[in-house]
Design a protein around this ligand. Structure first.
Ligand code: TTP
Ligand code: CA
Ligand code: CA
Length: 635
């Protein structure tokens, strides 16, 4: 295959001088007719164009739109004494989410403060109350969820051919690769056919691309961030010379992204910020380059300049234990500092799978943009209690409030997909983060979803877990109550299938009653619950945080650090993908060890066969789990 790209990679030349040439060696891959005409676009596709689009000051804007307030008015959303969203005009007064509402008011006396809607017992719907009380009310995010769905639907309608993955309540990844490819061929028809004199047929590289006019497409993240303005013209000139087809792909994606952002603003009143780059990780990082209401484009050649100076602990999943360990181990701060650590070194210290971190630091991320299934499989309503439950009989109060939320959500979901029904209802009670008890029961089908029905089922579970006898001490200090539906499925063809529907759920319940299966199930429920907890949690999607290996039957979990609240789904996906790869490697290594000499040789590039991580200790205990696994795997 020809590797001629028609362009010099400026980082290659410069890299030689400072020894960095191998850090970013995939920025100008050869792009061939074969790439352009591929029917399936994998994560290695050099013409990939991915965006992350995030709503600006989301909850605050939801309230501004709902109340028809002038968008220039400083506005915050309050939850009890804290702020959960601050719009951009309010940020000008130095107000942030860290402020208490009364401190914020001191900074800006004309601040509009909206308390988030709450449910109170006896009400079917949440409302905006004068003085909601955390002891009797429960926060409702239903309005934000509905607005989020409207935005998502506009993405779906406005961006045919794209793949869209909701990443949290106010953001989504969009894979533009397919429609961009179509546009490329439409605009540059000469690319449709491999020229007769092309040296390598389909594997010939494409001719040099035309210059791109970036006007109106957003903010370009500069190739050389450190340069001052005098160099701007030089840079522009250089930009043209360095343009690649991958940049053209990004520019087309930026057109589409810009159009749908403008449509959403015009129709729904929300401004959004987007980042466009070759993968999800870089798209997400770029989305916050310029906010609000802008989109930033990270061309491949701008990746080193953007990543190197970045403090790596600012990168979401390197912000926790792993980032700290890296910082301490190497006494480093920026991504650039970490680039001098070789893959071998990193793998020796943090295990095979740290290739994931190694690649991320170099702007490589192979995760797919994956649409989630249309209907959520579970719904959870929960309440953190500032004052723990004092008496067993208080249970009904909270269960009723949670039941109202579940009833509303299930009814809303049924408007979209009639016949939706959960197989089970689960009550989960928590004491701090350590102790968790849950109980589940099948949830019999009923044509209508009422609060009474749900509350009765919840009360029954409470009775089994805690009882209603106020004269006896509570078996645990309850600081959190959660009620959820799981196994939500649709009985699409309507009433005639109800019987079959019942049969299914009976079978599965029976199976779960049997010993180990039941145990397994309660682990799953626990994971669901721990993923879907607090009221200020932006995402409620139940993304997998474990996988079951089809070969050895082991269940592998990502760490609680990553599985928990506030960690975005795609990060969980990345961690899970890393674990899966590692686990598959482990089987591969085992398989190879059973092969004759040749096969073993093929595996010898792995300096540290991972099987020891999974072997049971024999006589003497294993040293601590080495490697990154201890940061990723739940123990
Ligand atoms: P973010 O997208 O993190 O923030 P934002 O939309 O308010 O502001 P920005 O313009 O900087 O993106 O979160 C989306 C919504 O999720 C936010 O409006 C409120 C909610 N949220 C919480 O309730 N608690 C939190 O700690 C965070 C981070 C967000
Ligand atoms: Ca946002
Ligand atoms: Ca967000």
């Amino acid at each position: 295959m020809s590797t001629f790209t028609g362009l010099a990679n400026p980082w290659k030349g410069k890299g030689k001088a400072n020894g960095l040439e191998s850090d970013f060696d995939d920025l100008t891959p050869a792009i061939t007719y074969r790439h352009l005409h591929a029917q399936h676009f994998g994560p290695k596709d050099p013409l990939r164009a991915i965006a992350l689009c995030d709503s600006d000051a989301f909850y605050a804007t939801c309230e501004q739109v709902r109340l028809k307030v002038d968008p220039a008015v400083p506005l915050v959303v309050r939850q009890w004494d804290s702020l959960i969203a601050v719009n951009y005009p309010a940020r000008k007064f130095g107000i942030s989410r860290m402020d208490r509402w009364d401190d914020a008011l001191k900074k800006c006396p004309e601040l509009k403060i909206v308390h988030v809607a709450t449910y109170k017992e006896g009400d079917d719907e949440p409302g905006y109350w004068e003085k909601p009380d955390t002891r009797t009310h429960k926060v409702s995010l239903d309005h934000y969820r509905r607005e989020s769905a409207k935005i998502y639907n506009m993405f779906k309608e406005g961006l045919p051919g794209t793949e869209i993955e909701k990443a949290s309540i106010d953001e989504a990844f969009i894979d533009f690769t397919r429609p961009v490819r179509e546009k490329l061929l439409e605009r540059f028809p000469y690319l449709a056919k491999v020229p007769d004199d092309a040296p390598d047929g389909l594997d010939s590289t494409l001719p040099p691309p035309p210059p791109i006019s970036w006007d109106g497409l957003g903010t370009l993240i500069p190739l050389h961030p450190a340069r001052d303005n005098d160099d701007a013209e030089v840079e522009l000139l250089e930009d043209d010379l360095l343009t690649t087809w991958s940049d053209v792909a990004l520019s087309i994606a930026a057109e589409m992204m810009g159009r749908v952002r403008a449509d959403i603003h015009a129709k729904l009143g929300y401004t959004l910020s987007a980042g466009l780059a070759r993968n999800k990780f870089l798209a997400k990082l770029s989305a916050s380059y310029r906010k609000p209401n802008d989109q930033s484009i990270l061309r491949n050649l701008a990746i080193p300049g953007y990543l190197r100076p970045m403090p790596f602990q600012k990168i979401r999943f390197l912000g926790g234990k792993l980032g700290k360990a890296l910082a301490e181990e190497y006494d480093v701060k920026t991504v650039g500092d970490l680039l001098s650590i070789t893959l071998e070194e990193m793998q020796r210290k943090f295990g095979e799978e740290s290739i994931w971190v190694y690649e991320i630091l170099r702007g490589i991320d192979r995760t797919d943009v994956k649409e989630k299934s249309a209907t959520t499989k579970s719904m959870a309503a929960s309440k953190n209690l500032t004052q723990p439950v004092a008496k067993a009989s208080e249970g009904s109060h909270w269960i009723r409030i949670l039941a109202a939320e579940l009833a509303l959500r299930l009814n809303e979901a049924r408007d979209q997909t009639p016949g939706l029904w959960p197989k089970s209802i689960v009550l989960g009670l928590r004491q701090g983060w350590q102790i968790y008890r849950s109980k589940q029961a099948p949830f019999p089908f009923s044509r209508t979803v009422t609060i009474d029905l749900i509350a009765a089922a919840g009360d029954k579970l409470w009775k089994e877990l805690i009882g209603f006898d106020d004269s006896r001490p509570l078996p645990m200090k309850i600081t959190h109550v959660g009620l959820s539906f799981t196994g939500i499925a649709s009985n699409e063809s309507g009433q005639q299938n109800i019987e079959g529907f019942f049969k299914d759920s009976d079978v599965s319940v029976k199976a779960e009653d049997r010993g180990t299966k039941r145990k397994l199930h309660s682990i799953v429920e626990e994971k669901h619950a721990s993923e879907e907890i607090t009221e200020c949690q932006p995402s409620r999607s139940a993304i997998a945080t474990h996988f079951d290996c089809g070969r050895c039957g082991r269940r592998i979990h990502i760490s609680d650090d990553l599985a928990g609240i506030g960690i975005e789904d795609y990060i969980k996906q990345q961690a899970l993908a890393a674990l899966r790869t590692e686990h598959e490697d482990f089987h591969l290594a085992l398989d190879l060890s059973k092969l004759p000499e040749d096969g073993v040789n093929a595996a010898k590039f792995r300096p540290d066969p991972p099987q020891k991580k999974f072997k049971k200790p024999k006589s003497k205990p294993e040293p601590k789990p080495d490697g990154i696994a201890k940061f990723l795997v739940k123990k």
